[in-house]
Design a protein around this ligand. Structure first.
Ligand code: FCX
Length: 431
């Protein structure tokens, strides 16, 4: 049995007891009241989920199992010669709540490489997708086809006892995560490089993704490790995590549950914002006639966007009320590796100009930069300019968080999710 599975198996009875005790002691405490406005308003601020892997503070940002982004960067094992956490080490942390040793993190690298092969008939199906199909649609379809290998679906059909649901959920999650670099990079190489697919070099997960996209440099491998670490998890209420959890609560298998998360991520108010940011920057550059651009012209362009009834992509958040530390962390990477890049300078300039404009509009709760304001410019710097591919990378990373959570949902026996809804008629007559 793998090191991680053994550790998770040891932890499950302890956690089950802990949850039982918490529910016995605090089960009748009120987490929040829900107003009619919240019911119409996208449930913002409604506290009604339990997610173990991470917690988002509006001012401090995300903590993965209690560790902030800088703490993870300091404490989690890294690749030889690298400064960024291995995504493997983050996954171990998300699954167990413990910082892995170097050997434990590397055991995951080995395991994911061993599980990474995608059956040839599935590769052929992916190769048959039209190049005009959005890469996110290709990803959803590819994972949907991969579902034929679901061990959870088979075990359920064979009548497995509910206490063992977590075991095949874990195995499916590990298999899916292991195969994602092959799948995501195949979609990229098919769509933009005439199907010239690059075989996995068998390195760590982040390095494999970089290499299979076509980048061999140490710097891009580091960027990919950082990117995969940063986008992995953002507590349970965001649309991709919540969609995976919701669909998973029907006992849909991990492949199908994750496609729900991927389709949620494909919306422009969520993960697709990274594509939208790059497009927006490119339009700005075209319209103002190249870089550098004056603050006055940029301000005018921001207002034009707002006045035409569109959002400024990469800014604002449903929970965060200050700059997203995932933005800050990417900015630090840029300052280290590409301080003179003109598009990075434009991102910095926007970071000065956008927040005061957005916060001058009373209805907008936060004008701060979010994760998507930065990521595309880092990728573009190294030549990955195909912006409609960016969200596939976000989704590849998000698998780490939502599948770790799904495994724990099953281990803790969380039930079918089914909130109550009302009609406007009911509210008018009864409130
Ligand atoms: N530009 C223009 N208007 C904005 C805005 C922005 N960046 N951010 C919020 N608003 C508007 C909303 O559209 C809403 O308008 P409405 O009442 O007319 O519908 C109003 O301000 C109130 O929204 P608010 O409560 O502040 O924010 P929400 O929780 O409703 O929305 C998102 C949060 C992220 C959806 C919103 O800030 C937005 O659309 N941002 C731009 C898109 C983006 O960057 N998304 C990525 C977010 C995240 F990082 C991720 O999931 O990847």
């Amino acid at each position: 049995m793998s090191l991680l599975r053994k550790r998770v198996e040891e932890l499950i009875p302890e956690k089950q007891e802990e949850v039982k005790a918490v529910r016995a002691e605090k089960g009748d405490k009120v987490l929040c009241e829900v107003t009619v406005d919240q019911a119409y308003g996208g449930m913002r601020g409604v506290k009604s989920l339990v997610t173990e892997t991470s917690l988002l503070d509006p001012h401090e940002g995300i903590r993965f199992r209690g560790l902030s982004i800088p703490e993870c960067q300091e404490q989690l094992p890294k690749a030889a010669g690298g400064d960024e956490p291995l995504p493997e080490s983050l996954f171990w942390l998300l699954m167990t709540g413990e910082v892995p040793t170097q050997a434990e993190a590397e055991s995951l690298t080995e395991e994911w490489n061993a599980r990474s092969e995608v059956p040839e008939h599935i590769n052929k199906i992916i190769d048959s997708f039209p190049k005009t199909l959005h890469p996110m649609s290709q990803l959803v379809a590819a994972i949907g086809v991969l579902q034929e290998g679901s061990l959870f679906a088979k075990a359920y059909a064979d009548g497995v006892h509910k206490s063992k649901y977590w075991e095949t959920t874990y195995e499916d999650s590990m298999n899916l995560i292991a195969k994602l670099p092959n799948i995501s990079s195949r979609i990229y190489r098919n769509t933009y490089h005439n199907g010239d697919v690059i075989a996995s070099p068998g390195e760590d997960w982040g390095a494999n993704i970089a290499a299979q996209l076509g980048y061999d440099s140490h710097e891009v491998k580091e960027l990919m490790r950082l990117y995969m670490f940063l986008h992995s998890d953002h507590e349970g209420g965001n649309a991709s995590a919540h969609a995976t959890h919701l669909v998973g609560s029907t006992l849909s298998d991990p492949y199908l549950s994750f496609t729900a998360g991927v389709t949620a991520l494909a919306g422009p108010l969520h993960g697709l914002a990274n594509q939208e940011v790059l497009r927006w920057l490119n339009v700005v550059i075209d319209e103002v006639g190249g870089l550098p651009v004056s603050d006055e012209k940029l301000t005018e362009y921001i207002w034009d966007t707002l006045n035409s009834g569109r959002v400024v992509p990469g800014y604002g958040h449903a929970v965060l009320r200050t700059d997203d530390p995932r933005y800050t962390c990417q900015q630090q990477f840029a300052l280290k590796h590409m301080p003179e890049d003109p598009k990075f300078k434009l991102v910095k300039q926007l970071h000065e100009l956008v927040p005061p404009i957005l916060t001058s509009i009373p209805k907008i709760k936060s004008g701060a930069a979010n994760v998507d304001a930065h990521s595309g410019v880092l990728l573009t710097h190294y030549g990955l300019t195909e912006d409609n591919y960016y969200t596939v990378l976000f989704a590849t990373s998000r698998a780490l968080g939502v599948l770790a959570s799904l495994t724990w949902d099953r281990a803790l026996g969380l039930p079918l999710e089914r909130p109550k809804s009302y009609t406007t008629e009911w509210i008018k007559n009864n409130m």
